[in-house]
Design a binder for this molecule. Structure first.
Ligand SMILES: *Cc1c(COP(=O)(O)O)cnc(C)c1O
Length: 360
């Protein structure tokens, strides 16, 4: 068996010990005689899996008691509608900070439900930086302020938590949740699809302050009403049971690694290795402003695009896959989530140096 270094942006690499444990438990979970996939979501076995997964996530992020943790479906793209339908609460407007492709998608969807105010945008600068907080034109009467903490495609990431006063802050953390400690109390709501940094696709995590629940848009489907989901402990409808199980194993793995402070050190070290090298060469270019560079998704371009195909082919031959940039921006992108070992980034940098030496 050969495992590659998988730089996919999502669905992304998972920690190998998690995959091994899932394989071992595939046919018979803890003497139950069943695979987790075959269990009733209301049976004691699965309830224990879901309860422990939630407890571990709460420990990792130090989620305060007045926040609900919801296991939902539909991904972050569904949340682009589900969040406004739950959180408008009679208000007319939402503030957005536009930092790239995922912000733009959130804005477009929210316009179906609310008046949208783009309080700041990185568009004029080609989405290579986070607009400084001092320049945001917030509406004090907005229902909430929406940000994307890490733009998975453009590779810009917040390295600060913006203060938005009394208005709830909402963050799409799909691609950087659990990569570093977060002060949950500074947010009204955090959402994330699982398939970047948590587990398999199909699970969406929502962490929401409980006073924001309970006055949804009348047309909101019940299965997406946060209060209904919370009141039913994420079992109003059948949850994505296997994805929750794998996420729970990932949470356990994260705790064994030393939690999110350790993950931050690990992720900073990997990102520094790659960005420091990119600073030393003109063969490759890193477009993003230094203080906004993502530790999770590292976009870079070859100065000569004609060499892109050879670069990717050589990388694949060396066991490094999924380095092609998103189709909307081109170039390369190395996604280096929690599960990417330091050795994977070392191998990538060594390959990049070698490719430069042979083709520069
Ligand atoms: C991947 C991603 C999405 C889309 O998630 P889906 O699960 O496909 O809905 C949204 N926002 C961000 C920041 C992402 O990285």
């Amino acid at each position: 068996m050969t495992r590659v270094f998988n730089f996919s942006a999502g669905p992304a690499a998972l920690p190998e010990p998690v995959l091994r444990q899932a394989a071992e438990e595939m046919l018979d979970w803890h003497g139950s005689g069943m695979s987790v996939m075959e269990m009733s979501h209301r049976g004691k076995e699965f309830i224990s899996i879901a309860t422990e997964a939630e407890a571990a996530l709460r420990r990792l992020l130090a989620v305060p008691a007045n926040y609900k943790v919801l296991f939902m479906q539909g991904g972050a793209i569904a949340e682009n509608a589900i969040v406004p339908m739950n959180l408008l609460r009679g208000k007319a407007g939402i503030d957005f900070v536009d930092t790239g492709e995922w912000s733009k998608k959130s804005i477009k969807e929210a316009k179906k439900y609310a008046r949208v105010n783009v309080a700041a945008s990185g568009e004029a600068g080609g989405y290579t930086a986070i607009p400084p907080r001092a320049e945001w034109k917030l509406d004090p009467d907005a229902a909430y302020v929406h940000i994307c903490s890490n733009e998975t495609i453009g590779g810009v990431q917040y390295h600060f938590t913006p203060d938005v006063g009394a208005v709830p802050l909402v963050a799409d953390m799909s691609s950087d949740i659990l990569s570093r400690p977060v002060d949950v109390a500074k947010y009204g709501l955090i959402y994330a699809g699982a398939q970047k940094n948590i587990g398999p696709a199909g699970l969406t995590i929502v962490i929401v302050r409980d006073d924001l629940l309970g006055s949804p848009h009348p047309a909101l489907p019940s299965a997406f009403d946060y209060k209904t989901v919370a009141d039913n402990e994420s079992m109003y409808n059948t949850p994505p049971t296997y994805a929750i199980y794998i996420a729970g194993l990932v949470f356990q793995w994260l705790e064994q690694q030393g939690g999110l402070a350790a993950m931050e050190r690990h992720n900073r070290a990997k990102a520094a290795l790659l960005y420091d090298y990119l600073e030393t060469t003109s063969f490759y270019k890193a477009p993003v402003a230094k203080d906004c560079r993502s530790w999770m998704n590292v976009p870079f371009k070859l100065a000569d695009e004609a060499k892109d195909a050879a670069f990717l082919k050589g990388a694949e031959a060396a066991g490094m896959v999924q380095l092609k940039g998103h189709r909307s921006v081109g170039g390369m992108r190395a996604s280096i989530y929690n599960a990417m070992p330091l050795d994977g980034v070392r191998a990538l940098v060594a390959y990049m140096k070698d490719f430069e030496a042979k083709n520069g």
